[in-house]
Design a protein around this ligand. Structure first.
Ligand code: RB5
Length: 145
């Protein structure tokens, strides 16, 4: 599995921390930026990661801004993206099992670093349960028109 990761300046520090974890776990990733703490616009990075997921350049995405809110809203505007903003491990697991989330959003200014890593770890390990949930995902796709 290859992960696309991206953030704005508010998520930059957490992005770098998550990359260290991915390196340690031998999980491949592509870093779509931003590459410093300089102020940038989060939709640009949500778009880069989301387009990489939709085009199958990567299998799944992780996006981070200050709260995770703005970048998750941006990602969910891209057709085919189901981005879940998570601040606990239960939601992270459910976002995969029930919602087949293909992008995980995190808030770099609201989450402790180790909690963020646990969320990432659970999210990466959990598979979609399918069944009745697949029908519901299908109804979400219908909303995209
Ligand atoms: C940037 O200051 C901040 O607005 C952004 O990181 C994010 O929290 C938006 O939702």
């Amino acid at each position: 599995m290859i992960i696309g990761i991206g953030s704005d300046h508010g998520g930059y520090e957490l992005k770098e921390y998550i990359k260290e974890y991915l390196d340690k776990e031998n999980i491949q990733y592509i870093d779509y930026g931003t590459y410093s703490c300089e102020s940038v616009d989060y939709p640009d990075y949500g778009k880069k990661v989301s387009q990489a997921v939709v085009s199958k350049e990567v299998d799944r995405g992780i996006v981070i801004c200050g709260t995770g809110i703005g970048i998750s809203i941006a990602c969910n505007k891209v057709k085919g993206i189901r981005c879940a903003l998570c601040s606990d491990t239960y939601s992270a697991r459910m976002s995969r099992e029930h919602n087949d989330a293909n992008v995980l959003a995190l808030g770099g200014r609201v989450l402790g670093k180790d909690l963020a890593l646990e969320i990432v770890s659970v999210w990466l390990k959990t598979d979609f349960a399918g069944g009745r949930h697949a029908r519901r995902i299908g109804k979400i796709s219908e909303l995209e028109g």
